[in-house]
Design a protein around this ligand. Structure first.
Ligand SMILES: CC(C)(CO)[C@@H](O)C(=O)NCCC(=O)N/C=C\S
Length: 202
């Protein structure tokens, strides 16, 4: 008998400052079909929000940024947003993951809401997925392999970029994986993890 308390999966989506952030509307639509969505945008990502189509109003979707962290915490005893988000999420997807945020994650920086959630993440749960997106010259540079190896060794799933015409006119590997592929990977991660009844408090 399915657990009457079963709920939709809780998907936490981090968006960083790659031009691929313009794909957010489609990504939100695809992930919104799978579960409830909370979207964390970095300040750099917000720059690209203005040039993308409006994000569809999807049931159970909420947008958060660094301001929300500071507004929600005034004194000791108040909730700490990045810890609440870590508790809420069943999976954590970062798409696109920019070269800069990749470097931050690989080195444990925690200088904004998104990296604070990542820094507090329980990697034993193996429920974190990143989709890097950057210029092909950045992708083939020496830092990328070193940083990705660090994330992989921590247990993160990595959805590699694809070869496409890039924002600067180059064609090559660096374009974010298609939103449909990211949604498919999210479903797979939830299935892997979802064996246990969702809705149990961790
Ligand atoms: C921008 C988009 C979504 C168009 O299809 C695709 O090229 C992409 O994911 N690019 C990300 C990498 C990139 O372009 N970086 C910036 C300078 S090259």
């Amino acid at each position: 008998m399915p657990d009457s308390k079963q709920r939709r999966p809780h998907i936490l989506l981090g968006v960083t400052g790659s031009v691929a952030a313009i794909k957010l509307p489609l990504l939100c639509q695809q992930l919104g079909e799978i579960g409830d969505l909370k979207v964390i945008t970095t300040n750099a990502a917000q720059h690209f929000m203005t040039m993308s189509a409006p994000v569809p109003k999807v049931e159970g979707m909420e947008f958060l940024n660094d301001e929300d962290e500071w507004h929600s915490w005034q004194r000791v005893g108040d909730e700490v947003l990045h810890i609440e988000l870590r508790r809420w999420a069943d999976i954590f997807i970062i798409a696109p993951l920019s070269a800069n945020s990749l470097a931050k994650l690989a080195n444990g920086l925690a200088d904004n809401l998104l990296t604070c959630v990542a820094r507090a993440w329980d990697h034993q749960a193996a429920n974190m997925l990143v989709a890097p997106a950057m210029n092909t010259c950045m992708w083939s540079g020496p830092f990328t392999a070193a940083h990705l190896t660090t994330l992989y060794d921590m247990g993160m799933a990595i959805l590699p970029p694809i070869s496409k015409r890039l924002a600067c006119g180059d064609t090559g590997v660096g374009a974010m994986a298609e939103p449909a592929s990211i949604a498919e990977a999210a479903r797979a991660l939830l299935q892997l993890k979802g064996g246990k009844q969702l809705g149990q408090q961790r």
